[in-house]
Design a protein around this ligand. Structure first.
Ligand code: AMP
Ligand code: MG
Length: 370
């Protein structure tokens, strides 16, 4: 299949959608409405869009990603009014959260209506819905005039894509169209919260943090067990996607994280210890760490950091910046053919919970707390 790339040139250079850009979005919207696939940017990551009301579009999405068909898709809307037609009921908690966080990087789980085929929900009676704030995504959905099912636009098992370049790398030849709207502002997938039960449950952490959800709901939000640790045999995560190996570079990766906020100073010591232990064994060890950690490493190292491939995540104080660049770094490890990766971990509060969730999965839960 030939994949047409539509570059939103004016939007990328000025931040505003010109008439030409809009025409391109109309073209992509028509492809989706008629059962084809188009990848597009959102504020979280790129999405691989198909018509959420068509069984065959869902099947095509699974095929293009190489994704197991029991892994449900998120349905995207561009107007709160569109929610009614696709869900059976709107719980009170959903009303409160949508008022505060929609449009935005938050997905909610509802009981699905008959309009949504089981192909879209991976056979579940529930449907995940998001109302993105990104102007490209929301205009595309409103032009399509149908809800758009869009999982992350990457090959299954690879890190989500946060730029058109990465999207093209994974999906060129597998989808009808890719809309290039530049880099994604947040860089991590949406927060997922299940509002179908008596107590709200956080299924996947994202930029709308657990603390933010709790402050609106005025109650504790339960964290699904799959967020912080590997699932013990036999336990099924509530968000099916959480069970798959994800975000993982090809090389083995170990994560060194502070046990408590005051322990960040020990992280560099441990990374250096691992470097010393492993450098004789591996040809190309990569280290993913903050500027602060690199400074501490260099003060104590005796040539070990010069022999390592250091990648900076940014400053420890800028978790949003760390989140934005994370998937790009994970992809670069493969390109650079790193054969062992050591990554710095961060405290698991606020956005740190989402960053650590992706890092732990990338490290296949190989985690050392210091
Ligand atoms: P992605 O769009 O690739 O970020 O993946 C969407 C993820 O949302 C899936 O992997 C699931 O984990 C989760 N999800 C989608 N629909 C549901 C649902 N009905 N119930 C629980 N989790 C869901
Ligand atoms: Mg995904």
């Amino acid at each position: 299949m030939d994949t047409k790339i539509l570059v939103l040139e004016d939007y990328i250079s000025t931040g505003k959608l010109s008439e030409t850009d809009r025409e391109k979005l109309k073209e992509a919207a028509a492809v989706i409405k008629n059962g084809g696939l188009a990848a597009f940017p959102t504020e979280t990551v790129y999405g691989l869009g198909g018509n959420a009301l068509m069984k065959d579009a869902a099947k095509k999405i699974y095929a293009a990603k190489g994704r197991p068909s029991d892994n449900p898709l998120i349905v995207h809307i561009s107007d709160l009014k569109d929610l009614k037609g696709i869900v059976r009921d709107i719980p009170e908690a959903a009303g409160l959260l949508s008022e505060r966080f929609w449009p935005g990087p938050m997905t909610m789980i509802f009981n699905k209506s008959e309009a949504i085929p089981y192909e879209t929900t991976g056979g579940l009676d529930t449907v995940a819905v998001r109302f993105p704030s990104d102007p490209v995504a929301s205009l595309l959905i409103s032009y399509a005039k149908v809800p758009i099912a869009a999982p992350s636009a990457n090959l299954s098992g690879r890190p989500s894509t946060t730029s058109a370049e990465h999207c093209i790398e994974d999906l060129s030849g597998r989808v009808d169209m890719i809309v290039d709207g530049g880099s994604c502002r947040i860089g991590l997938e949406s927060t997922i919260i299940d509002v179908t039960g008596r107590e709200p449950v956080l299924l996947r952490p994202g930029a709308v943090t657990k603390e933010m959800l709790e402050s609106v709901l005025k109650m504790e939000v339960i964290e699904d067990a799959a967020i912080k640790g590997p699932l013990k045999g036999g336990i099924r995560p509530k968000a099916p996607g959480m069970k798959y190996r994800h975000y993982a570079p090809k090389a083995p990766m170990v994560l060194v994280a502070p046990k408590a906020a005051g322990h960040t100073a020990y992280v560099a010591d441990k990374i250096l210890e691992i470097l010393r232990e492993r450098q004789p064994e591996f040809k190309k060890i990569a280290v993913l760490c903050s500027e602060e950690c690199l400074k501490e490493l260099k003060e104590k190292a005796d040539g070990e950091t010069d022999r390592a491939d250091i990648r900076l995540t940014g400053s420890r104080s800028d978790t949003a910046g760390i989140a934005r660049g994370l998937f790009k770094h994970l992809r670069e490890f493969d390109e650079d053919k790193a054969d062992f990766i050591i990554a710095e971990g961060y405290p698991e509060d606020e956005l740190g919970l989402a960053v650590m969730n992706r890092l732990k999965k990338a490290a296949a839960w190989q985690l050392i707390y210091v």
